[in-house]
Design a protein. Structure first.
Length: 132
């Protein structure tokens, strides 16, 4: 029973973070997500939401770390991979992006968004290599 109550509390805290994002109260949202993660370090949704929060604030390194944690915990959601790729891309980490996309495509070989992202980044990398 104690575990169930703790889990319910943790989920309420995580959900409060989402409400704070909608209100654009980003500091409060971050506090909620970090607290939810402290209560349940395997809550991939809290990591994913923290990543999104960091991304909308243009804190791409922090977003990348949060998305990586979400992927480590639960790699079966293509959205986790896609957001990680976006955070890496926004930091111009093109070689890392390609590696991440390749990992994701092994899990989701028919995902159109991932295939398109791969083609776009591959073209950018080739273009950069061709530039003196």
């Amino acid at each position: 029973l104690h575990r169930l109550i703790r889990r319910q509390r943790q989920m309420c805290i995580r959900d409060s973070g989402t409400t704070y994002i909608q209100l654009k109260e980003y500091e409060n949202a971050e506090v909620c997500y970090r607290k939810a993660i402290r209560l349940d370090p395997l809550d991939y949704k809290a990591y994913f939401n923290l990543g999104y929060l960091m991304e909308i604030q243009k804190k791409y390194p922090e977003a990348e770390e949060a998305y990586k944690a979400a992927v480590r915990i639960y790699d079966q959601n293509p959205k986790h991979w896609y957001r990680l790729i976006q955070a890496q891309f926004k930091q111009k980490k093109y070689n890392e992006v390609l590696k991440t996309i390749e990992q994701a495509l092994r899990l989701f070989p028919n995902n159109r968004s991932l295939k398109n992202a791969y083609e776009q980044v591959y073209a950018i990398v080739n273009e950069l290599k061709a530039t003196p």
